[in-house]
Design a protein around this ligand. Sequence first.
Ligand code: GUE
Length: 300
Amino acid sequence: MTAKLLDGKRIAAEIREEVAQDVKATAVSTGQPFRPCLVAVLVGEDPASKVYVRNKQRACEKAGIEGRTHRLPAESTQKDLMDLVAQLNEDPSVNGILVQLPLPKNGNAGAGFNERAVLDAIDPLKDVDCFSPVNVGLLMQGRPRFLPCTPHGIIQLLHRENISVAGKNVVVVGRSDIVGKPMAMMLAQRDGSCGRDVANATVTIAHSRTDDLAGVCRTADCLIAAVGVPEMVKGNMIKPGAVVIDVGINRVGDRLVGDVAFDEASEVASAITPVPGGVGPLTIAMLLHNTVMAAKLQSE
Ligand SMILES: Nc1nc(=O)c2c([nH]1)NC[C@@H]1CN(c3ccc(C(=O)N[C@@H](CCC(=O)O)C(=O)O)cc3)C=[N+]21
């Protein structure tokens, strides 16, 4: 079998266009200027992070969203960052705040940043990543405010490709707070609570300590790889005909590869996301969506 390519880039462009239309329509219906503002905070000089921030910036502009980037040197202290977050929380012209992760390890006189404390400090109504405890809690209870961008992008992809997971076995490989955990929860929910018909799956969370990981993966009708290990999921770990979603973005030399060994996986799967051009662009599209939502929530 040669798998169908799930074109995240095309779907992301479609969603970004919808967001742009929504921004215009909101200005018309309220009779007020409407220009949502997203602030990305970038600490240090990590080259990959700089690429993401630049991509986000460009996407914002095209959607009628103001994108700002605050750069702090890697040597900044925890207090510098906490003060900046407090200032952005207070600033009524700022609708969304995104602190780019991971924070540098070498900052703050070797002690590193307390990432949790920074995320906890972000105003939940400006938390467009959906990382704050209140927003994560609401999501877990099936009454989400924001949906986290990467899992939401995957939900949108499945929805728009008419791929149903209802009653099916989904294996999520990876248990991060950013992708694995919320993804598993969203797919297991009843129809509707995450805004889409992509729900009611039977979900397994697998990870580095899972016994017989390959065997567990082979039970998956839909396999979602979010581990951050280049090409870890091999063709022989995939059930013939499965849908494979690759969340990984790993730089190997000058090549960008996912968590799935794409060529061999394509021989077994029925559909697969490429890297690049798969989940990454969808993450940015859903970030724009959340920024517009934040601006609307704050104007209520
Ligand atoms: N607070 C926070 N929120 C995030 O959402 C967040 C973060 N921190 N830290 C880093 C990761 C990574 N991430 C990506 C988003 C889009 C692409 C993307 O659009 N990638 C393109 C190509 C990128 C390239 O060419 O380098 C693609 O996959 O086609 C990649 C990576 C968001 N993250």
